[in-house]
Design a protein around this ligand. Sequence first.
Ligand code: COA
Ligand code: MG
Length: 307
Amino acid sequence: MRARRLRRCQLAVPGSSEKMMTKAASLDVDHVFLDLEDAVAPSAKVGARRQIVEALNTLDFGKTVRCVRINDLDTHYAYEDIISVVEGAGANIDTILVPKVRSACDVRFVDRLLSQIERKFELERRIGIEVLIEEAEGMMRVEEIAAASDRLEALVFGMGDYSASQGLDPKAIAGDSGYPGDIWHYARYKMIIAARTYGLDAVDGPFVNFKDADWFRVECVRAKQLGAVGKWAIHPSQVAIAQEVFSPSQQEVDRAYKAVLAYRDAQAQGLGAIQVDGQMVDVATVRLVQRVIDQAELAGIKPSAGI
Ligand code: COA
Ligand code: MG
């Protein structure tokens, strides 16, 4: 059984910055990933492993999911990243995030290595895996990647690297090329279908212009509309926005419970379709709003009294 975790926002935190890791532990954020990859300069990567182990073993992250992003498997860092952080702080790690995954083999490699370390150190909790889909090859093989391991919990769309990998025109990414619609629509859609098929969380990657809160919100809404459960933040100022957008509103929650309860009564009376507040409710509607209820339960949002 896969662990269910809140991922409305995943905050990127450089593993070489003690200050930012300490700050991250104090924030009300669903998930943080302590980074060994792009946020850390090559000269600081080896030292950052020790800094991350220290942070995980000494800071109190409360309910926040604790994740470590390793370097990609084509580098010589990756295997030692996993060994050092899991041997050093495995009991305090919830998931490992693997960047630039290209195929199911990449996921299985990490899975096997984790199994060995968990066995040796008698870790009681199984560490989950999250992967970044940010290579054209990874996107092409996203279905086999999503099915690769029962440790897998989430797929993250990394639009920066993905755009480079596919060769998208930088002007189009900046939004001034006249390209109609969302340039990442197909990629987001495809990855989310694969995630949903295998019961994984789909998460939308970073938005680098962190001073532009309005556009960040637009990107959160787009991802949510397609079925993502959350988005990355690279700066603390983005956290509350993502967590708000990816939480169902009280009105949505109340409506969902009302529909489900009314439908249950109707079924007991032998009815298949009913009317609730002027709208038809049937088994498909119930299925659609069940997702709102699932998310509300995970986020601790209860229906209003009297529903
Ligand atoms: N996690 C935790 N704390 C962070 C943070 C982060 N990602 N980004 C900024 N902060 C802290 C700063 O240390 C500062 O703390 P203070 O008020 O105690 O001094 C506060 O939040 C405000 O930061 P600010 O001064 O506005 O920004 P900055 O210039 O310090 O940092 C970045 C800007 C972009 C360098 C920084 O946000 C960052 O490194 N982000 C993550 C980058 C990353 O992980 N990239 C890879 C994944 S895409
Ligand atoms: Mg990347």
